[in-house]
Design a protein around this ligand. Structure first.
Ligand SMILES: [Cu+2]
Length: 126
């Protein structure tokens, strides 16, 4: 390889006597980051871990698809309490599996795990 090192010594001092440092002022970009986070910022994901749902209550806007993922080492379900305006239930969620439900109506939805009724949580849809 030919090392063509151009010895260019730029003497910035020559030339105009104006300010030579103004060009380094970066444009402030306070806008939204280009890369959206993988998980929705509003928190449309619920995780089952250590026999509990979280976060709870989960607050979402209507039309949000909420995905519950079982990260526990035991099978669980994600089942709406009866009496709510909208009910749903997942199949048995073995460790690592997930289930999604889209909340299209505002309201407060309580849910539980059919296998472990002491596991409960709430989704608040506005
Ligand atoms: Cu359970």
């Amino acid at each position: 390889m030919t090392a063509s090192v151009a010895s260019v010594a730029l003497l910035g001092a020559c030339g105009s006597s104006g300010k030579g440092y103004g060009a380094s002022n970066p444009t402030t970009t306070a806008g939204p980051a280009a890369a959206a986070p993988a998980a929705a910022a509003g928190g449309s994901a619920v995780t089952i871990d250590n026999f509990s749902f979280g976060p709870s209550p989960l607050k979402v806007k209507s039309g949000t698809k909420v995905t519950v993922t079982n990260k526990d080492s035991t099978t669980h379900t994600w089942t709406a309490d009866s009496g709510d305006a909208v009910t749903w239930t997942s199949p048995d969620l073995s460790p690592g599996s997930s289930y999604s439900f889209t909340f299209s109506k505002a309201g407060t939805y309580s849910y539980h795990c059919k296998i472990h009724p002491s596991m409960t949580g709430t989704v608040v849809v506005s």
